[in-house]
Structure formats: structure tokens, C-alpha cells
Design a protein around this ligand. Structure first.
Ligand code: CU
Length: 350
């Protein structure tokens, strides 16, 4: 079956020996080619990534929103401030395979910033890395705060403060916009940026807005997860050898995402995958509502089980398992190659 495994990654032939090591050639786990429904024996990496050494754990990344330091300005408006540092960091992206990442705060994806519509946001960005970097936020703001060459690209050792209002509400992202762009993105400089709707601004649909606004009673029942779909070009040939959500292939096969059956699930899904035109999310045994960009309170798609996102596109998924029996429910990219190279996951419904 060793030959099957090598055939699987033949498009990435230059990865050579690394793949043989990563996919555990000749070990007990190298069994039949992966297919839907195969849990044990599927093609996958052998061994585990050392999350502690990496400094971030994909199971924690699902839920570790960063709300910043909150204060109030003289006008009574909420201000959130973050200090973000660019850091060069070697990370293990698959067992035995390290990648020379450029990171925000040492992790890939970077912190999942979360705030509320209408607040004033301030990001103090310090470049501790070896290359010029920036923070380019998707949202509405001045050109001065856009984090592009000429407007907030920061040289090593320097600092820039991005400041703008939180709008529109939705599921957004940020990434480095220094040049060459594809290099800075695929090195790991990106993250989720969630702006909750302010119920006071949505009098026609206050309940829907409150259910999305962290800290409200209506929000408390939701089980929320951040999933950033990404990949790694480990040999710098402009093709990805590894795909995942939140960086580590098969992380949620090794440690399924636990969800309580009776509580609804909301996913903030972001696609930043470089080099491939699209990525996708396919849910097994269930259907979801989808909010494209998260900028509406009513779904833009209802009752779908697969959504396709181009790079930079994102949205919110809502679904539940109240009528399901407990167990493992798969979700993955519906590009089979991406799934086989790591973008394969499970929910464990309890
Ligand atoms: Cu950069």
C-alpha cells in the first residue's frame, strides 16, 4: 500500500522523502486510500504534531477569540485595543515537517479578533520579523488604515497603529499585504476578524442580532468555532502539499470537535488558501444555513451541505444535531485531494 500513498501525492513529487516520512510509509496506519466514511486506516499523516512546541493548539484556536483591551473614550464609546507582533517562527505543520512561517503573535492562523459593530478599534502593530509586514483588514476604513504599500506596511523593528470603526458586522479576515502578496499570505500571516452585530442598531431583528452578539443571554446557547481554511507550500513550488483548517492536517480527526447535541452550532469560516482558486466545506449527515460574509442577519443560502469559497471569501454556518444520534460526523473539503492531504475533520456529537 506504500505505492498507493506515494501515488496520492505524486503531483507533489518534489516533496519526495518528506512525504514518505510524513505519511508513515511502511507503518501500520498506511492502509487503503481514503474515502468518505473511512475513519481508521484512511490515508493520513502518522504521528502527532507537537502543539505545545508550536505554541498553539488547533483545538484551542477554534474558540480562543481575542477581545482586546476594552476601554471607554470621552464620548462614552467602547474602544478595543490590541498589540500585535509579527514574528518569524518555525512551526511543525505535519509530523516531522517544519515550515518557516511568518506569524502574527507566533501562531497560524493569527489571533481571532472579535468586537462589536460601531466600536472604535486600535491595532498597535509591531514588526518583530525579518521582512516588511502589515495588517490589512477586510472592512470599511480609510485608505490610510488599509495596510498596503504606502499606507501601513511596517519595516522590521518599526510600529504602526491602525485605527478605525468596526463595520460592517460580519465574519471577516485580516492578512499581511506586503509584497509579494502570495508569499506573505502563504507564510501564515492571516486570521479571522469577527464583528458582532449590535442589537441596538437592528430594531427590526433584535433577537437575531443578539444571538450573534457575544455576552448576551441569547448568544450563550450557541457553540461557536473559528475555522480558517489554509494550506502550506512546504517546498516553495507554488503548490500546497498540506491542507487544513487552522493549520494542522487531521487535527480534528485526532481530536474531534466536541459539540453538545441540543445546542446550535455556528462556524466562522474563512478561506485564505493560497495557490488554489477555491476551497470548500462539506458537512456530512446534515445541512446548514449560510451567511455570505456574515453581513446579514438572514441566511443568504438555506439548507445546503457544501459551500465553496474563493480566497478571501468567508461566511457563517449555522446548524444543529438536536435530532441526530450521538457520534462522529465528518466535515471536510469536497475537493478530495485537499481532504486526503489534511483537510478532513470530525464533529463528535455528545
Ligand atoms: Cu508580511
Amino acid at each position: 500500500m506504500l505505492l498507493d500513498l506515494r501515488a496520492l501525492v505524486s503531483r507533489r513529487a518534489t516533496l519526495g522523502g518528506l512525504i514518505a516520512g510524513a505519511f508513515g510509509a511502511g507503518t501500520a496506519r498506511a492502509a487503503a486510500p481514503a474515502e468518505h466514511g473511512a475513519h481508521e486506516g484512511a490515508n493520513r499523516t502518522v504521528g502527532r504534531v507537537d502543539h505545545a512546541k508550536n505554541g498553539f493548539d488547533p483545538s484551542a484556536v477554534l474558540t480562543d477569540f481575542d477581545y482586546g483591551a476594552v476601554s471607554t473614550d470621552p464620548d462614552g464609546r467602547t474602544v478595543r485595543e490590541w498589540v500585535v507582533t509579527a514574528v518569524d517562527r518555525e512551526i511543525e505543520v505535519a509530523p516531522g515537517i517544519t515550515f518557516p512561517a511568518w506569524t502574527y503573535n507566533g501562531r497560524v492562523p493569527g489571533p481571532s479578533f472579535r468586537c462589536v459593530e460601531g466600536e472604535r478599534l486600535r491595532f498597535v502593530f509591531q514588526n518583530g520579523g525579518s521582512h516588511p509586514h502589515s495588517m490589512h483588514f477586510h472592512g470599511i476604513h480609510s485608505w490610510r488604515m488599509d495596510g498596503v504599500p504606502g499606507a501601513g506596511v511596517v519595516e522590521p523593528g518599526e510600529e504602526y497603529v491602525y485605527e478605525f470603526d468596526a463595520r460592517p458586522f460580519g465574519c471577516h479576515l485580516y492578512h499581511c499585504h506586503a509584497l509579494p502578496l502570495k508569499r506573505h499570505i502563504h507564510r501564515g500571516m492571516y486570521g479571522a476578524f469577527v464583528i458582532d452585530p449590535d442589537p441596538a442598531r437592528h430594531p427590526a431583528e433584535p433577537g437575531l442580532a443578539a444571538a450573534r452578539r457575544h455576552g448576551t443571554p441569547e448568544h450563550a446557547r450557541w457553540q461557536e468555532f473559528v475555522m480558517v481554511m489554509n494550506g502550506f507550500d512546504t517546498n516553495f513550488d507554488d503548490e500546497n502539499e498540506i491542507y487544513a483548517v487552522n493549520s494542522i492536517p487531521f487535527a480534528y480527526v485526532d481530536a474531534p470537535v466536541r459539540v453538545a447535541r441540543e445546542r446550535p452550532v455556528r462556524i466562522y469560516l474563512v478561506n485564505v488558501t493560497e495557490f488554489d482558486p477555491i476551497n470548500s466545506f462539506h458537512l456530512h449527515g446534515n445541512f446548514f444555513d449560510f451567511y455570505d460574509h456574515g453581513t446579514t442577519l438572514q441566511p443568504t443560502h438555506r439548507n445546503i451541505d457544501t459551500v465553496m469559497l474563493c480566497q478571501g471569501q468567508r461566511g457563517i454556518l449555522e446548524f444543529g444535531y438536536a435530532e441526530h444520534e450521538p457520534g462522529l460526523y465528518m466535515f471536510h473539503a469536497h475537493q478530495s485531494e485537499f481532504a486526503e492531504l489534511g483537510w478532513m475533520s470530525h464533529f463528535e456529537v455528545t
